[in-house]
Design a protein around this ligand. Structure first.
Ligand SMILES: Cc1cc2nc3c(=O)[nH]c(=O)nc-3n(C[C@H](O)[C@H](O)[C@H](O)COP(=O)(O)O)c2cc1C
Ligand SMILES: Nc1ncnc2c1ncn2[C@@H]1O[C@H](COP(=O)(O)OP(=O)(O)OP(=O)(O)O)[C@@H](O)[C@H]1O
Length: 177
């Protein structure tokens, strides 16, 4: 595997383009976002960084099944051209971290851009908002990617397709990478 792996606070960079998220399944919506990050990073000639969580927060907090275990997620991120991946163990200790402490950690990556979805939240009790992030960093987002029926593609939707045995539809939304 050529993608480089780090735990929180291990990586410091003089410049980067960063995205943060659970990315369970690395579905077509995630792929569009991550391709954008890789494209922007290449344009700035800086590393493309994904900050993710293991297990995905929703799986940990709501006791839901995971679509892609961490090894499979990392393989998919690598195929998309990501340079560095930070994997935070999402557990009872991590969820007590404040939004401010998380932003301090992002500072050491010196991101020229941070790409997140429009509903992104972070920090204990989901206290941190995009507005707070955007007060410190240059925050950007893409339009949501939808499936043929017009519904926004999400890990939640794919989990529900898998648990009801609708494999073909789930695979379509996961995309082949
Ligand atoms: C430091 C930190 C603490 C978090 N604590 C909580 C929490 O207490 N409750 C919660 O529901 N989510 C918590 N989250 C998870 C976020 O709500 C969110 O799932 C995460 O930032 C990934 O974004 P995404 O769900 O858009 O992929 C935390 C995230 C971070 C970075
Ligand atoms: N369909 C999509 N189009 C564009 N961006 C997306 C799409 N789905 C998720 N993202 C973005 O990818 C990042 C990680 O999202 P996340 O892992 O929470 O995905 P999700 O599919 O919404 O998951 P869940 O259904 O479990 O909440 C976020 O910035 C989110 O906005």
């Amino acid at each position: 595997m050529t993608v480089r792996l780090y735990r929180p606070h291990e990586l410091s960079l003089s410049s980067s383009v960063v995205t943060v998220g659970a990315f369970d399944g690395v579905h077509l919506g995630h792929q569009a976002l991550i391709r954008k990050v890789v494209e922007r990073a290449a344009m700035f000639r800086v590393p493309a960084v994904v900050y993710t969580f293991d297990p995905p927060p929703r799986c940990y907090l709501k006791n839901m099944p995971m679509i892609t275990p961490i090894d499979e997620k990392l393989k998919r991120l690598e195929k998309l051209g990501v340079d560095e991946v930070i994997v935070a163990r999402f557990n009872e200790h991590y969820i007590t971290r404040s939004a401010a402490s998380f932003m301090e950690e992002l500072r050491i990556l010196h991101p020229v851009e941070i790409w997140v979805g429009r509903d992104f939240r972070f920090g204990r009790n989901r206290e941190g908002s995009i507005d707070e992030l955007a007060a410190v960093f240059h925050v950007r987002s893409i339009d949501p990617i939808r499936c043929d029926s017009g519904e926004v593609i999400s890990s939640t939707r794919i989990r529900s397709l898998i648990t009801t045995g609708r494999w073909k539809e789930a695979e379509k939304l996961l995309g082949i990478i």
